[in-house]
Design a protein around this ligand. Structure first.
Ligand code: PLP
Length: 468
């Protein structure tokens, strides 16, 4: 295949050329640099969802034609996920869940039953990979290198001093704040060496990097893996949890129909996996959409897309580094070799992150994220805040003054984004950083900014169907 060119994959993604109203009543083609939050669907996935809606019915126990067809599609989606990740179904099970948060909470709920055990988390984790461990059980948090990377020595030290108490190491495959890609197989080797398992939060990694969970007898194998369809071009409410089959013991965390073999007046016999972990009616359309997304990404060229994204990310980070007053969290290390996603969080000196994000949207039709990206400890650290600084902010926020919350602006790219979009974004940031903000913005009590007089009116398609 010839080397990828800018825009090569754009036609395969839905809704990426939307005219967006901006300041002064004009419209511009929107730029979506908020892919780390959620991605648009692949067009094929969107079309399949429409087509499959005509065929959809309940799965597993229905004898009707549509039920049998839907069951087949649902199980095919499981197979696609399994093959994509190299899962050996003898040792591991593919469970369809709502998303990464749901998956991690399920692991934490099971893990919490094992009294006296600890989960090791890194300071880099998204709240979804921190709070379940913190509030359902016991955890230890290890620090990072000075630049905010995973610190293998710190992990090994914690495992050693855990004296066998640490049963699980929970780590993200890639950070949603810096885009740093974690050495997951090396962390896995360490975890296994000290008798622990590894859980990888692959919400950010799975859409961009090909992951192989590896066989159970490989020291670097991944025991648990979680990711979300909506970050992987299939925003229809399904996600995936890969887990060791022997992990689930006793009653499942979520109980209900479909999870049992038989229920008598006194007894419950749980079904085999995966059914016992998929109580209730599953999200068949979401799972099938995710399966189709995986197949489509493979067909379009997963690794070529990564190469392309790496180039695009490098262009963005190099560009940001040349803008006076802009600093990129985690430094300017480019994404060579796929060690960083095409993602950058940055601060503009003297300007609130919410103001920068509002101006990029309202004046340039550029969608970004701002704030702490559900990874408060990591962002506080990257902003060089000490414990006193954080305590002060905590006091303000607890008193309802959310304006005090610091943060950054995040731009996250996908294969449908183009060099021209990156260049327009860089020009926008350059102008904003120079103070060339045309509109007046007001800050609300929650810290967010909006144009004085309000945002241009949005007409949701639901207006056509909802009677007011
Ligand atoms: C690294 C990481 N983990 C977990 C999550 C949670 O994913 P979801 O909201 O799909 O459950 C996110 C979402 O932003 C994320 O970026």
């Amino acid at each position: 295949m010839s080397s990828p060119h800018s825009g090569q994959w754009r036609e395969h993604f839905a809704g990426v050329d939307l005219p967006v109203p901006v300041l002064g009543g004009a419209t511009l083609t929107g730029i979506n640099f908020d892919n780390a939050a959620s991605t648009p669907p692949l067009s094929r996935v969107r079309d399949m969802v429409t087509a499959f809606s005509d065929l959809y019915s309940s799965v597993h126990r229905g004898t009707g034609y549509k039920s049998r067809l839907s069951t087949e599609a649902y199980e095919q989606a499981r197979e696609l996920v399994s093959k994509f990740l190299g899962v050996d179904e003898k040792d591991q099970v593919v469970i369809f869940v709502k998303g990464t948060t749901d998956a991690l909470n399920r692991i934490a709920a099971e893990e919490a039953r094992l009294n006296g055990r600890q989960v090791l988390v890194t300071e880099m984790e998204h709240h979804a990979d921190l709070l379940p461990w913190r509030h359902r059980g016991d955890h230890v948090m290890v620090g990072l290198s000075d630049e905010g990377h995973i610190d293998l020595e710190a992990i090994e030290h914690a495992l050693k001093s855990g004296d066998g108490k640490i049963s699980l190491v929970a780590v993200c495959g890639a950070s949603n704040v810096t885009g740093f890609v974690s050495p997951i197989h090396e962390v896995a080797e360490l975890a296994h060496r000290y008798g622990a398992r590894i859980s990888v939060d692959a919400a950010q990694l799975a859409p961009h990097h090909r992951i192989d969970v590896r066989p159970a007898d490989d020291p670097g194998h991944l025991d648990f893996l979680s990711f979300s369809g909506h970050k992987m071009y299939a925003p229809y409410g399904a996600g995936v949890l890969i887990a060791p089959r022997d992990f689930f013991a006793g009653a499942p965390e979520v109980m209900g129909g479909g999870a049992i073999s038989i229920v008598t007046w006194d007894d419950t016999v749980w079904a085999d996996l995966p059914d016992r972990e998929e109580a209730g009616s599953p999200n068949v359309i979401g799972a099938v959409a995710l399966g189709v997304a995986i197949e489509t990404l493979l067909e379009l060229g997963f690794s070529e897309m990564l190469d392309y994204e790496v180039g695009l990310g490098g262009r963005m980070i190099a560009g940001l580094s040349g803008i006076p007053g802009v600093s990129v969290l985690g430094g300017l290390e480019p994404s060579t070799g796929g060690t960083r996603l095409a993602l950058a969080s940055f601060v503009v000196e003297g300007l609130h992150h919410g103001l920068v994000a509002a101006a990029l949207s309202h004046e340039w039709a550029i969608a970004v994220r701002h704030g702490c990206f559900c990874a408060n400890p990591y962002v506080f650290r990257l902003l060089h805040m000490n414990r006193d600084d954080v305590a002060e902010v905590e006091g303000e926020v607890t008193a309802g003054r959310r304006k005090a919350l610091p943060g950054a602006v995040r731009a996250s790219l996908a294969p449908y984004n183009t060099e021209a979009e990156v260049d327009r974004f860089l020009e926008a940031v350059r102008q904003v950083a120079r103070g060339r903000i045309k509109a007046t913005y007001e800050q609300a009590a929650d810290g967010t900014y909006s144009p004085a007089g309000g945002w241009p009116r949005i007409t949701s398609p639901l207006h056509a169907v909802v009677k007011h």
